[in-house]
Structure formats: C-alpha cells, structure tokens
Design a binder for this molecule. Structure first.
Ligand code: RFL
Ligand code: PHB
Length: 391
C-alpha cells in the first residue's frame, strides 16, 4: 500500500516521539515507524536526569504536566572519592537545577500525546528500508502484518538509535565515525526502595565506580561499574548490594535501604559520533548519530537538543519556505554534541577504575577531585555542563 506524509520518522524512542509531537503542534504531519511493540519500548529502563532545556522542550511539546507534578527537581549532586563527599550546588553556583524523571515516563507521556494527536505510529514495522533519500522523493518501505507498504515523504528523520537502519543506509564514503569504547560497563538495578539520599551520589572507589540515583521517592536506581565479561546472571541482588556498600563506604551505606531488584541490566560504555548528520533529505537524530557514556547523564538530553534544532528547522521550512536552518542542522547540532562528548568522556575518566590504572593515574584522579572540592571555578564548570549547556 502507498501513502504519503510530510516527515517520515524511523523510531519511536524519545527522539522520534518528541519530534513528531513538536511538528504536530505546528501543523506538520508525520508517520512514525517503530520496529518493536509499544510495551517493549516502554519496558526499557534508561536515563533518569533531564536538563533544563529538555524540560523546556517537553513543555513546548505539551507533555510537561505529569513531569511538573511527579518529577523531582534537584539543586545539586554529590561526588564521593574514597568516602570524602563534595556537593556541586547548582542553585548556588549557577542558579539552576535538573529534573529527575525517568525516560520511561517521558516516553509514556509522549505516546499518550501522540495518541491524542491522531498521528499514525506503526509499531512492529518490519524491514524498514530507506529509498532515494538523496533525492527530493524519499520513501520508506516496510512490512506490517505481512503486507508491504511504501510511505512517501518530504524528509526522513532517522531517530532509530545506535543499532538502527538509517545511519547504516548511508554509503560508507559519505560518513565519518569517531569512537571510543571503554573497557567496562555499568550494571544497573531498579528497586522499590527509598532513595539513598535526596540527591544523586557519584562515587569513585578503588574497587570501581558506583552511582546512587532514583526515579521517585519510593523507587531507586543504582549502578556499579562492572567488567565487559560480567553477565547479569553472575550478579545476585545480594552480591550487588554488598559490592555497592563497599564502594560507597560505611557512612553512606548505613543509610541504604535494600530490597529485591525489579530490573537488572548491563550496559557497555561507549563514546561515538557520526559526521555529518544530514544526507540529502535524511537527518540523523539522537542515538542514531551519537552515543555518550552515561556518567554525565547526557544521552537523552542530547537526543532532545537534536530534536529541538531539527524541529525548529523543519517548522521554518514549512512555514516560510526558508531551508537555511535545515542546511546547517548538522553543524549546529554537532557543536553541542561534541561539548557533551567531551564532558561525558571527562567525567567517565575522572570517576572510573580503568584496568590499566596505576598508582600514578589514581593520584591524578584524586588530585582532580581535590581541585574540584576546593575550587569554585572548577565546581562551576562541572555544574554548567551537568545542568546542560545552552541549546
Ligand atoms: P532510542 O531510545 O534507542 O530509540 C530508538 C528507537 O528506534 C527503534 N528502531 C527501529 N525502528 C524501526 N526500524 C528499525 N530498523 C529500527 N531500529 C531501531 C528502536 O526500537 C527504538 O525504539 O534512541 P533515541 O530516541 O535517540 O533516544 C536516546 C536515548 O534513549 C539514549 O540516549 C539514552 O537512553 C542513553 N542511555 C542513558 N542515557 C542517560 O542519559 N542516562 C542513562 O542512564 C542511560 N542509560 C542508555 C542507558 C542507553 C542504553 N542503550 C542504548 C543500550 C542504558 C542503555 C542500556
Ligand atoms: C539514572 O538514574 O539512570 C542515571 C542518572 C545519572 C546518570 C546516569 C543514569 O549519570
């Protein structure tokens, strides 16, 4: 079956759904094609910290109501090195804050908004293929319930994540890839327990990194650095809690409420950027174009800032015919992406134990922590980046 729309969006993660919603608010029609089912998309536990700019975009998209009610505004974060704590006070240093509100909830709100808008989202769309995206007649082919479909559109937005089809459809000679793979992963668990603290605690310990985060006043999210060989099955809940206690130290551990995990997963850490992000009428957005290690809480926020740039450029193009912002989308987005790549790489390097770490490396990490603790300038630099550089 052949159909037509203005913007064909591949992927119903936060990038694709937020783009669809912002376009809809400006009268621009889109169709979203998603490989997985709706429930599968909602079952993925990922990011938890939203920058100011992301919150503002969600408000603009008309999905801020529940986030405002249920999200937790945080005015700072704690860094801990070998039981010494230093608080980065966003409010005092830069008069700002972040919002703790899970990616799952953001996605759920966006799905509900999409339903209300009447826009079409095709879940379980198989074998999505991009056709002639270099021409002015780009098309998306896919199979749904055994039937072939072709969707003609003006533009294609590749919002299909790191393993998606859009980036890999670009001929190798037209794209440059930059990558750093870290020699460790994060093992994360979710539990129905009271969070350890009112704010997040990032810990660097000889045994490796640990993070105490949360989703609400009664649901916590914890991580420990693990090896690339570790398997989820190797980590019973008890083993996880024991390791976590050792890393955060007795004083912080004394406040820890433990309980059965309701989700447990391992994510490898990677930095990755594809350049450029535009190929004719195909635009890459979010994880399809870049990955950051989660240490700076930037992945979802970068996806949102890409969507901000692309939605504004498309709105301008449809409202005034002016395609200049579309022409500079890649350059504009990449400038902010590299700033977040730098910050995420730096914070990962500061907080983790690398297999090759020597006594020298550890002392350099401790010296950097000491500098952060004693310097308002250094703390301000961290605060500015963590809360999010301007869009
Ligand atoms: P997503 O969320 O990966 O969504 C892409 C969507 O595209 C679909 N898709 C396809 N659809 C049709 N046809 C195809 N051929 C397709 N191939 C893929 C997928 O099913 C999916 O629904 O990308 P998006 O929207 O750009 O959003 C980006 C964020 O999800 C991501 O940056 C963050 O979640 C990254 N991330 C984390 N970020 C943080 O800030 N803090 C974290 O704690 C954090 N944990 C994580 C993460 C990413 C992870 N991944 C990607 C493995 C933990 C994990 C495990
Ligand atoms: C999370 O809550 O999942 C989370 C928070 C901060 C990070 C990474 C993940 O840096």
């Amino acid at each position: 079956m052949k159909t037509k729309t203005q913007v064909g969006i591949v992927g119903a993660g936060p990038s694709g759904l937020l783009l669809a919603q912002l376009l809809h608010r400006h009268g621009i029609e889109s169709v979203v094609l998603e490989r997985q089912s709706r429930d599968y998309v909602l079952s993925r536990i990922r990011a938890g910290v939203l920058e100011r700019g992301t919150v503002a975009l969600l408000e603009q998209a008309g999905v801020g109501e529940r986030m405002r009610r249920e999200g937790l505004a945080h005015d700072g974060v704690m860094l801990q090195f070998d039981s010494r704590l230093h608080r980065i006070d966003f409010r005092e240093l830069i008069d700002s804050s972040v919002m703790v509100y899970g990616q799952t909830e953001v996605t759920r709100d966006l799905m509900n908004a999409r339903d209300a808008s009447g826009g079409l989202t095709v879940y379980e769309a198989q074998d999505v293929t991009l056709v002639d995206f270099g021409s002015d007649r780009p098309r998306l082919r896919y199979i749904k319930d055994g039937e072939s479909h072709e969707l003609e559109c003006d533009y294609i937005a590749g919002c299909d994540g790191y393993h998606g089809v859009c980036r890999s459809s670009v001929p190798a000679e037209k794209i440059q890839l930059f990558e750093r793979v870290y020699p460790f992963g994060w093992l994360g668990i979710l539990s129905r327990t009271r969070p350890l603290d009112e704010e997040l605690i990032y810990t660097s310990h000889e045994r490796g990194f640990a993070l105490a985060s949360m989703r609400s006043h009664s649901v916590s999210r914890y991580y420990v650095q693990c090896t690339l060989e570790d398997k989820v099955e190797d980590w019973s809940d008890d083993r996880f809690w024991d390791e976590f206690r050792l890393r955060v130290g007795p004083e912080v551990a004394a406040r820890l409420e433990t309980g059965p995990s309701i989700e447990k997963s391992i994510a490898p850490l990677r930095s990755f950027v594809a350049e450029p992000m535009r190929f004719g009428n195909l635009f890459l957005v979010g994880d399809a174009a870049h990955i950051v290690p989660p240490t700076g809480a930037k992945g979802l926020n970068l996806a949102a800032s890409d969507v901000g740039y692309l939605s504004r450029a498309l709105i301008e193009r449809y409202q005034t015919g002016d395609a200049r912002a579309l022409a500079t989308y890649s350059e504009t987005a990449l400038r902010r992406i590299w700033a977040a790549e730098r910050f995420s790489w730096w914070m990962t390097s500061l907080m983790h134990r690398f297999p090759e770490t020597t006594g020298f490396d550890r002392r350099v990490q401790v010296a950097e922590f000491n500098y952060l603790s004693g310097s308002r300038a250094a703390s301000t630099a961290l605060a500015e980046n963590y809360v999010g550089l301007p869009h």
